[in-house]
Write a protein that binds this ligand. Structure first.
Ligand code: FE2
Length: 213
C-alpha cells in the first residue's frame, strides 16, 4: 500500500535545489524510463460549489465567528510535480468535500442531516516554488453511495489541468464504491493515501502528491 511505502523517509534533492522528505513523493509512481505517472483524473461529481465562499483560504475547519468544524481535523499536504518530478509553482489547488454530517455546501445536496455550520467545505491554495500545497480540513467521511473522498481541481494560468479525488487507505467503504473501483489497481493506489496520527496532536496528517501530465 502507498501508506506503507511513504514511511520510507529518505532525503532527496528535487530540481530547483529544494529538499523534500520522500514522504512527499509519490511512492510507486515511477514508470519505465523514470518518469512519474500522472495522477489519474476522476469525475468532479455534482457538488463543486455554485459560488465560492467569501473565505476561501486553506483552513476549512476554523473560520472567524464560526464554531470549529465537526469531525477529525487532518493536515493535508503534498507536492504538485511534473512527470520528471519537478515541483510546479503557481498551481491553484482547490479542494471540496462534504462535512462530518455528509453534507456538501451545494443546493443539489438534499441529504437529511443538518449541515455543519463550522465547516468551510471548500478551500484553495496556490503553490510556491516548492510546489507544495497545504490544507487543514477533516478526514473525509462517507455519504450515501460514496466512500470517503476529497475532490481536487488543479489549474495553472487559468487553465484547468486536472480534476480528481483522493481516497483514504484502508477505509472499508472503498471496496463498495463503484467510482473508486472503476479505476485499475495502479490508479486506485495513486489516488489513495493514509490519514495517520500527527505526532504531538490529536489531528491526522495525510500526504498526497499530484503529478500533472
Ligand atoms: Fe463527492
Amino acid at each position: 500500500m502507498r501508506g506503507q511505502t511513504v514511511l520510507k523517509r529518505r532525503r532527496v534533492v528535487l530540481a530547483g535545489g529544494g529538499l523534500l522528505s520522500a514522504a512527499l513523493l509519490p511512492a510507486g509512481a515511477l514508470a519505465a524510463g523514470g518518469l512519474r505517472i500522472p495522477t489519474p483524473a476522476q469525475t468532479p461529481g455534482p457538488y463543486y460549489p455554485q459560488s465560492l465562499p467569501a473565505k476561501r483560504d486553506n483552513d476549512l475547519v476554523q473560520g472567524a465567528g464560526k464554531p470549529p468544524a465537526l469531525g477529525t481535523v487532518a493536515q493535508l499536504s503534498g507536492a504538485v510535480l511534473d512527470t520528471q518530478g519537478r515541483p510546479l509553482s503557481a498551481v491553484l489547488v482547490e479542494i471540496w468535500q462534504c462535512d462530518a454530517n455528509g453534507r456538501y455546501h451545494h443546493p443539489a445536496d438534499t441529504g437529511q442531516q443538518a449541515p455543519d455550520p463550522g465547516f468551510q467545505g471548500y478551500g484553495q491554495f496556490t503553490t510556491g516554488v516548492d510546489g507544495v500545497y497545504r490544507f487543514r480540513t477533516i478526514r473525509p467521511v462517507a455519504y450515501p453511495g460514496r466512500t470517503p473522498h476529497i475532490h481536487f481541481r488543479l489549474s495553472r494560468g487559468g487553465t484547468e489541468r486536472l480534476v480528481t479525488q483522493l481516497y483514504v487507505a484502508g477505509d472499508p467503504g472503498n471496496a463498495r464504491d463503484s467510482l473508486f473501483n472503476a479505476n485499475a489497481a495502479q490508479s486506485r493506489e495513486l489516488l489513495t493515501t493514509s490519514f495517520a496520527p500527527h505526532a504531538g496532536s490529536s489531528e491526522l496528517e495525510a500526504r498526497f502528491d499530484i503529478v500533472l501530465a
